[in-house]
Structures are given as C-alpha cells and as structure tokens.
Write a protein that binds this ligand. Sequence first.
Ligand SMILES: NC(=O)c1ccc[n+]([C@@H]2O[C@H](COP(=O)([O-])OP(=O)(O)OC[C@H]3O[C@@H](n4cnc5c(N)ncnc54)[C@H](OP(=O)(O)O)[C@@H]3O)[C@@H](O)[C@H]2O)c1
Length: 388
Amino acid sequence: MDKMVNIAILGSTGSIGRSCLEVIEKLSHRFRVLGLAAGRNTGLLEKQVERFKPEIVSVERKEEAEALKEKFKGSSLRVTYSQEGAEEVAGLNENDTVVSAITGISGLRPTLAALKAGKKIALANKESMVVAGPLIQKKVREFGSQIIPVDSEHSGVFQCLAKEKLENVRKVILTASGGPFFRSSSQEMMNITPEEALNHPRWKMGRKVTIDSATLMNKGLELIEARWLFGLEPGKLGMLIHPQSIVHSLVEMNDGSVLAQLSPTDMKIPIQYALTYPERENALLPSLDLTQVRSLEFFEPDMDKFPLLKLARLALEEGASLPVALNAANEVAVASFLKKEISFVEIAEVVSEAVESHKKREISDLDDIFSVDRETRLMTQNIIKKRT
Ligand SMILES: NC(=O)c1ccc[n+]([C@@H]2O[C@H](COP(=O)([O-])OP(=O)(O)OC[C@H]3O[C@@H](n4cnc5c(N)ncnc54)[C@H](OP(=O)(O)O)[C@@H]3O)[C@@H](O)[C@H]2O)c1
C-alpha cells in the first residue's frame, strides 16, 4: 500500500477548510490529518478534533487554547495558539502537505513556514501570493517546496499548462461569475446591503472572499496571484465574466489553440486535485452535464461599474509595494462594509483613496511587506473615520 499522506489544514473551520476535510474523509485510505489551525470557532474545531484526531491544533488566542486544553485533558492532543501556533502546525516535521486556507494576510507567515519546511502546499490563501509573490517564489526555489493552486481558476490554468511550455502561451484568461451585481445598474448598486452582497449566485464561500467577488476585487487579486504562480507577464493575463462558472480558465497558445478547464461549480474538485496531484482520484460529485448547462456565456467586465478591477490591474502592472497597499486597504474596507460603517460603493472609493495616497516603494523582505500593510491599514481606517 502507498504511504499515507499527512496533512495540516490552516483555516480548517472556514469554507475551504471544511470542504477539504470532506474530501479527506472520502479519501481516508490516502490521507491523514496531522494538524489543524483555526481562528476563533472552537465549537467546530472541537468536532473536527473528535472526528479526525489530529496530533496538534492551533487557535488564534490564548483563552480559546486554554479552553481546548481543558476539553481534551488526558488526550495526547497538543494545543497551541497565535501566528506562531499556526506556523508550528504548518512546519511539523511529519507533515507532507499543508493546505493554506486562512483568510487575508494572516495566512502569510504560516504559508512561509510551510514553504521553509519544504512542504507541498495546496494554496487557497491568495492574499499571500498577492502581497509576497516574488518572496514566495524565492522560498519555493530555496527550500524545494511546491505550490499547487486551490483557487478554481488557477487550478484550471495549472491543469491546462501541465504539458505546455510557458513561452508558447499567448494569453491566460481567468473567468469570473460576475457576482450578484453583474447585471445591476450603477443606481441599484448604491443601496446594496451586506446581506445582499453575501448572497453569491454560484459559490458558497467565506464572507471576505464573497464580498471581494461582488466588487470583482477577487478577480483583481487572482490576476496578481496568477502572475506569480505561473511566472506570467501582466500583459498575458486577462479576465472575462462567465456567469455559469463552468469554464474556470482559458489558456490561448501561440498556435491559436485555446485550452480550457471545465468542471461543476464546487471547490471540492480543485481541492481534491491539489491534494492528489500528480495523481487523480474518482470524483465525489456527479459528472458535468453540459446539456443541462446549455449555454456558456462570456462578457467583458465593466471597469467603470467595478473600479476595483481597474485598480488591481494597475497594482498588477506597477508591482513593488502597490499590491500590498491594495490588499491592506481592501481588507480594512471590506471589514468596515460588513460592519455597516460604509456602503458597498464606498469600498472602492475608500480603497482607491488609500492606494492613491500610498507612496510606492520597493519590497525586499517580509518586514517591508508588514510595514506597508500596517501603514496602509492605518491610513484606510482614517479615511473611513472621516466619512462616518
Ligand atoms: N471559499 C472559497 O470557495 C475560496 C475559493 C478560492 C480561494 N479562496 C481563498 O481561501 C482563503 C480562505 O477562504 P474561505 O472562504 O475558506 O474563508 P473563511 O470561510 O472565512 O475561513 C477562513 C479561515 O481562516 C481562519 N482564520 C481567520 N483568521 C485567522 C487567524 N488570524 N489565525 C488563524 N486562523 C484564522 C478562520 O478561523 P475561524 O473561522 O475559526 O475564526 C477560518 O478557519 C481566502 O484567502 C480565500 O480568498 C476561497
């Protein structure tokens, strides 16, 4: 029998983390959960510990870690907490694969810990790649680790490129469902509530990425992620709105062939592929029935209605500290919208103001990244304060 693959999941209580555990449960002959890292949802984490029996868990804060220790007193479970805790889970010696699915820049240090330990990483946390793409790629080379994308669009590109030479790629196109407001007028977008923005037509995801999908910032972040994941120049990266979310990406080759990856709209498919790569396992889902889908539509995005996409494109082209500032301002603005402090259209206004005020500089290490991140968060909070 093949050796069992040991897995650690960072962000196990989130949407990706839960789907990942579903995949592992079905493939329990191949995979064993060694570590779990979560934030504050200890109720769910407890259930995951009981079901998957990891050796170590990490949570965000000490108080929750103490409660978990008490709950599992007498067992061999190790409980740790904070960023260092998540880094410990990521870097465990016996781990083979780390699923990086913490939201936002909080996922960066644990992802780097996994890279430095030479692990195979199933990467969902796109913000890490956005803020630290060049640094991450340097660490991949230095420590011989490997990144397999989990984002459905990047998984699609990865599969299309499997047997291709990068120099023969003319264009990579990521698709976007368009979110819930693709067909709304600018007037209708003035009064969008968090509840409406959280009601995504195609995907069930965490709150932050769902709002990013509604503003189309998610696609902007994904373009930057693709630049570093695949080593593609910004001019070769594009996107199209595809409301059916069946074609996840398109790769146009220099001979005019266009390769596409299609699959049902379910994150368990790219998650399973990332875990089993380079092998494949039987699907857990029914086959894609194109006679049911019937039509596959594609549209150019409306950059005026979704200005964050334009801003992300600028950050993609300019690079240096701009993607870090963009990501920080967006994280703050989205959290503020979810707390009903600013309106939906103000997310783009606030992020634009913060990015325009940012003085671009070179990024050479992690300290530079966190310094730009801190500075931009503060600036964005002040911009929001002035409005509210
Ligand atoms: N959901 C999707 O379909 C999808 C698709 C492609 C890519 N992604 C990317 O995958 C990542 C995760 O997305 P998601 O939808 O799964 O988000 P989510 O449902 O909000 O889950 C986020 C996870 O991160 C944990 N977390 C948050 N802050 C933390 C911290 N400071 N320390 C430790 N853990 C922390 C949360 O813990 P608690 O809940 O316990 O607090 C939760 O387990 C994002 O970067 C997203 O862009 C998601």
